[in-house]
Design a protein around this ligand. Structure first.
Ligand code: SME
Length: 167
C-alpha cells in the first residue's frame, strides 16, 4: 500500500530513485483508481497522476483500441492526433507488437507521428488483459533520451495496475 504519511507521488515534493518512484506510483494509482468502474474517469486521473509524478514530460496519456484503431483517450499535454492505425507510429507499433517501445530520439524513429513538435523522446507501453489489448500508455518528453530501461520497467509495472482499472 502507498504510505499515507508520505506526500502523494504526483505532488512536487515527491522524489526518489526510479525503481522506488514507479513502485510508489503503482501503489498510489491502485488506491486512486480503486472502486471506480468508469474508464474515462480512471484514465483521466491516471494521466494527471503520471504526468505530474514522472517529471520532464510534455505529454502523458492513453490511446484505446476501438474497431482496430487506436483512438485518443484522456491525457495531459497539448492536443494530439486522434486516430492511429495499428502498426503506425510509436503507439501503433507498440500496440501491434504488444510490447513496449522506447524511443530515445523520435526523429530517428521511422514513421514517428509528431503531435507536439516539442517531443524529443517517447515511451509507449501496451495495456494488456491476458491476450486482449486495451490500448497503450504513451509518455513524451521534450528531453532527448529522457527514458531508460528503469523507466520502461517502471511503466510496464504501471501498465499492469492500469489495465486492471481500465478494463
Ligand atoms: N508520437 C506518437 C503519437 C502520439 S503523440 O506522441 C501524443 C506516435 O508516433 O505514435
Amino acid at each position: 500500500m502507498h504510505n499515507t504519511e508520505q506526500p502523494a507521488p504526483w505532488t512536487s515534493s515527491w522524489r526518489g530513485d526510479k525503481a522506488t518512484v514507479y513502485a510508489d506510483l503503482a501503489d498510489a494509482l491502485d488506491g486512486l483508481l480503486a472502486g471506480e468502474p468508469d474508464r474515462v474517469a480512471n484514465a483521466a486521473n491516471a494521466a494527471a497522476a503520471i504526468y505530474h509524478a514522472v517529471g520532464s514530460l510534455n505529454w502523458a496519456g492513453f490511446y484505446f483500441l476501438h474497431n482496430g484503431q487506436l483512438v485518443l483517450g484522456p491525457f495531459q499535454g497539448r492536443p494530439a492526433c486522434v486516430r492511429i492505425p495499428l502498426g503506425k507510429g510509436v503507439c501503433g507499433t507498440a500496440a501491434a507488437q504488444r510490447r513496449s517501445v522506447l524511443v530515445p530520439d523520435v526523429n530517428a524513429f521511422p514513421g514517428h507521428i509528431a503531435c507536439d513538435g516539442a517531443s524529443r523522446s517517447e515511451l509507449v507501453v501496451p495495456l494488456l488483459v491476458g491476450d486482449d489489448l486495451l490500448g497503450v500508455l504513451d509518455l513524451d518528453s521534450p528531453l532527448p533520451a529522457r527514458f531508460d530501461a528503469a523507466d520502461q520497467a517502471g511503466c510496464e509495472m504501471l501498465a499492469k495496475v492500469l489495465a486492471r482499472h481500465l478494463a
